[in-house]
Design a protein around this ligand. Structure first.
Ligand code: SIN
Ligand code: CO
Length: 384
């Protein structure tokens, strides 16, 4: 199917020719799009404890960076021009944010990171830089001049508080308007400059460094593996140097370590928990006065279930992972939970099988799922 927001490409064509390869600019990709929140609402989010926010000011090549949460005073002191407010994880606060990320559902959720929103008055920019991940930039209000470069020179300004390219050499540029889309692959140098009051929404993907994956996997393995036995050396030989670690000892320990085994199942369990583990600072809001299990069941029959905006759910085969926790389900429950994970909603009529009710109830009490219909700014903090 041709997707208008990809300029008429199919998802397959986009993945084959652009994803992780080259930029794509689509004028008027989202003709109806007017933005998800006002500058004031974004500032409101930047004042919240759970939101990761940054304020970047630029004066020529002088950069300052401050991290939130901010207070009203921080905004009052700002100059008229040349600053940017950026808030990560907007999808955790706005259902519309999750909906915007869902547009890119042809890319696996396991690769998805979050939605960032930025606001800048005229002249605001975070400077030319490159990111190690893929991003779809969607223009909200105002205009931004985007310049991009495939340059290899990735040297950074030595004194900047964040990563700004020392010598950016633009090769292509666009002036984005409301509803325009710019896809950038990893390592593509880019420089966005607000031409007037401007908001930009970034759907970002995660691409963990191999080193990070390896060390996280080793930590995961710690709790998973059992290596039996104890070090033994009935064949011990007298040594000329008592302080020497002998070849024999190294060989014996190598054999023991050879008992550390993992397979694709282990890796899938690792990925399931690692990729759904809540990020630092993510807050779940368990109900203050939880319903009884019985009342929960009745209520769920009326409302269905929703994943809290802060929840992440993925699956592999019949193993489901929600916020770092694993649940293996019976064959007959797989389709129900898969739809729940895909759509983040479980309609009342699909709750019929009671087998998962206890599990849903526990998730409800943990604040992972909510019963109410969502409204703007709902953080999954229903009090029922
Ligand atoms: C912005 O939204 O101002 C910056 C986004 C980016 O350059 O990655
Ligand atoms: Co960037």
């Amino acid at each position: 199917m041709k997707l208008s927001f990809l300029g008429g490409l199919t998802a397959q064509q986009f993945l084959k020719d652009y994803w992780q390869k080259k930029p794509l600019f689509v004028r008027g990709a989202f003709p109806e799009f007017t933005g998800l929140l006002s500058p004031n609402e974004l500032a409101g989010l930047a004042c919240m404890e759970g939101a990761e926010s940054r304020l970047v000011q630029n004066k020529g090549n002088k950069w300052t960076l401050r991290r939130g949460p901010f207070g009203d005073k921080d905004f009052q002191k700002l100059p008229k021009k040349s600053w940017t407010l950026l808030v990560q994880g907007v999808n955790q606060f706005l259902p519309e944010g999750t909906a915007l990320m869902d547009v890119f559902d042809f890319i696996p959720r396991a690769r998805l990171d979050d939605l960032m929103a930025s606001y800048a008055p005229q002249g605001g920019s975070v400077g030319p830089h490159f990111d190690p991940y893929d991003v779809f930039l969607i223009q909200g209000i105002g205009h931004r001049r985007w310049q991009i470069s495939t340059q290899e020179d990735q040297r950074l300004l030595p004194d900047a508080p964040h990563r700004v390219l020392l010598d950016f050499k633009p090769e292509q540029e666009w002036i984005t308007e409301m509803g325009d889309l710019l896809y950038l692959p990893p390592q593509c140098g880019h420089y966005g400059l607000a031409l007037d009051e401007c908001m930009t929404y970034s759907v970002g993907f995660q691409a963990p460094y191999a080193q990070e994956l390896a060390s996280q996997f080793l930590m995961f393995l710690q709790d998973e593996i059992r290596v039996d036995g104890i070090y033994q050396d009935p064949d011990l030989k007298a040594q000329a140097h008592p302080s020497e670690i002998s070849k024999d000892m190294i060989a014996k320990v190598s054999d023991i370590l050879g008992g550390i085994k993992w397979d694709a199942q282990t890796v899938s369990r690792f990925l399931g928990t690692y990729l759904t583990e809540p990020k630092v600072g993510v807050v779940f809001n368990p109900p203050k006065r939880p319903l009884t299990l019985e009342k929960f069941g009745q209520r769920a029959q009326e409302t269905g279930l929703n994943l809290a905006l802060t929840s992440t759910m993925l699956f592999h085969e019949n193993c489901f992972y929600l916020n770092g926790e694993k649940l293996a389900v019976a064959k007959e429950d797989k389709a129900t939970l898969r739809d729940f994970a895909d759509t983040r909603h479980l309609p009342a009529e699909n709750l019929a099988g009671e087998s998962l009710e206890n599990q849903f109830y526990q998730w409800y009490r943990a604040g992972y799922i909510v019963l109410e219909k969502r409204s703007r700014h709902d953080t999954g903090s229903s009090q029922n």
